[in-house]
Write a new protein. Structure first.
Lengths: 255, 246
């Protein structure tokens, strides 16, 4: 479980995060949503320890990140898997080498053990025959699946995904969403996903934190987001005509 | 202030580069790959330039000796001194700042832009040790490339004598052996080691700390070349004064 308490982050005079307090539960897909510029990416990078924050605290299963030494922080990061928006695969390595990379860095497994583990996770993300391809030869959806495979190969405790669906067609996006949710439940990982894709919100938002202007504007789940009267949230969620109609139908049915 | 900040950041980068080393089984592959990319991959251009510049030095020296009292073996002497003392260590390094330096800056810069460096950091890997340390170690073999450059520069001079008839091969060889001071070789290789460190770290600094997108990678490569060349020329002056000055 990750607990965030009164988190503040500024760049120069610009106050980006203005005191966010929330928690992300183990075995659940936790979504951070909000409009562009709401502070989602900065919040995620603070969670990952890529940005230093000025105020508040983040604790990972009781370990306060800011009170750890640099070496302890690096050790903690070995328990973190991350799926970047652009996948961030190492372009000089094949897909199999990319997935094997965390094993080579952090384990003392033999080559055959590492190969077996790579085969297993690549099968898990439905990429049985892509071992020898270079990342540049893979489609956007394949690259995302490789990034997920690389993130989970070392059995992380925490999985972070920055807009895992960006640039993907709706069908592939659902496949990626479902894959992340299955893996989260299967391995009891604390998963935090940064997204502004409403399909993801409805599909896998077991916990949703809505940010606006660096503040938490709302917190709930995909089951409660339809019923909320919070204007900021409804403005965002029902910004498309399709969702407006869906909401009207939902409210009509439940009246 | 920006310059002071960047100088401080550069030294902090060097300190950080030695912390939390990457596993040796991984590091050795990175070092061999960088030796291949940075040293072996540069031998061709070093050999080509050294051979022909050695030839040009010989021709220029021979053509500028018009006084019959000046012995012809001076051509070999001047070529040896020019190639060993300055051309091979310093000017080849400036050329390498363009070739090797821009390669290092653009490769690390592209990793920054595509979040590959963030990916390393998130995994708990010391990205500076992973990316910069193997390049620094690989470039410690740079003096071998420069030794080849020295040899080929002198050979190029000899070829110019042979094919152009500027002086006899015997005179040229006598010139090469005249007043030879072994410390000049030590001085030259000491400079080369320092330049190798500069060639590895300044371009890495510009790539690692760059911000922006593809266009900024190009700009960072250009800036990196300019600063690497400036630092090499400045250090050349300081080292020459320290090691050869009275």
């Amino acid at each position: 479980m990750i607990i965030v308490d009164d988190l503040h982050k500024s760049f120069g005079d610009t106050h980006i995060l203005k005191g966010i307090t929330t928690s992300f539960e183990k075995g659940k897909t936790n979504l951070i949503i909000g409009q562009s510029g709401s502070g989602k990416t900065v919040f995620l990078k603070c969670l990952l320890g890529l940005f230093e924050y000025e105020g508040g605290s983040i604790s990972y299963d009781g370990k306060n990140f800011n009170q750890l030494s640099e070496d302890e922080k690096r050790d903690l990061r070995a328990d973190i898997g991350m799926v970047f928006q652009g996948s961030a695969l190492f372009d000089s390595m094949t897909i199999a080498e990319n997935v094997m990379f965390p094993l080579r860095m952090f384990t003392t497994q033999s080559k055959s053990e590492m190969k077996d583990r790579v085969d297993f996770v690549l099968n898990r993300v439905n990429l049985e025959n892509a071992h020898h391809k270079m990342p540049s030869e893979a489609s956007g959806g394949m690259q995302k699946r490789v990034a997920i495979a690389r993130a989970i190969v070392n059995n992380p405790k925490y999985l972070f995904c920055d807009e895992p669906n960006s640039g993907l067609d709706p069908k592939t996006a659902i496949v990626i969403d479902n894959l992340i949710q299955e893996i989260t439940a299967e391995y009891q990982i604390t998963t935090v996903i940064n997204s502004h894709d409403m399909n993801s919100v409805m599909e896998i938002g077991e916990k949703i934190v809505f940010l606006k202007d660096g503040l938490k504007a709302w917190e709930g789940s995909n089951k409660t987001i339809f019923r909320t009267d919070n204007e900021v949230v409804t403005d965002f969620v029902y910004s498309s005509n399709l969702f407006k109609k869906v909401r009207k139908m939902y409210l009509d049915e439940n009246q | 202030m920006t310059y002071l900040h960047n100088i401080g950041l550069y030294f902090l980068m060097i300190k950080e580069m030695f912390r939390k080393p990457t596993k040796w089984s991984v590091m050795k592959h990175l070092i061999f790959k960088d030796i291949d990319d940075l040293i072996i991959g540069s031998l061709g251009i070093i050999a080509f330039i050294s051979f022909f510049v050695g030839g040009v030095i010989t021709i220029q020296t021979a053509l500028n000796i018009s006084n019959p009292l000046i012995p012809k073996y001076l051509v070999g002497f001047a070529t040896r001194q020019s190639v060993i003392l300055e051309f091979a260590p310093t000017f080849t390094s400036v050329i390498m700042a363009g070739k090797v330096g821009s390669f290092i800056t653009s490769s690390i810069g592209t990793m920054r832009v595509t979040e590959q460096i963030d990916a390393l950091e998130v995994m708990g890997i010391n990205s500076l040790n992973y990316l910069v340390f193997p390049k620094t170690i690989a470039l410690m073999l740079y003096p071998f490339a420069i030794a080849i450059g020295m040899f080929l520069g002198i050979l190029g001079g000899m070829a110019a004598c042979y094919f152009g008839g500027y002086t006899s091969i015997d005179d040229y060889i006598i010139g090469l052996q005249t007043d030879f001071i072994p410390f000049h070789i030590i001085y030259s290789f000491l400079k080369t080691f320092v330049f190798a460190f500069v060639l590895a770290t300044i371009p890495s600094f510009h790539g690692y700390y760059m911000k922006g997108g593809a266009l900024e990678v190009g700009k960072a490569s250009t800036t990196s070349f300019v600063w690497t060349a400036v630092v090499i020329i400045l250090l050349n002056y300081i080292l020459t004064d320290m090691l050869l000055g009275s």
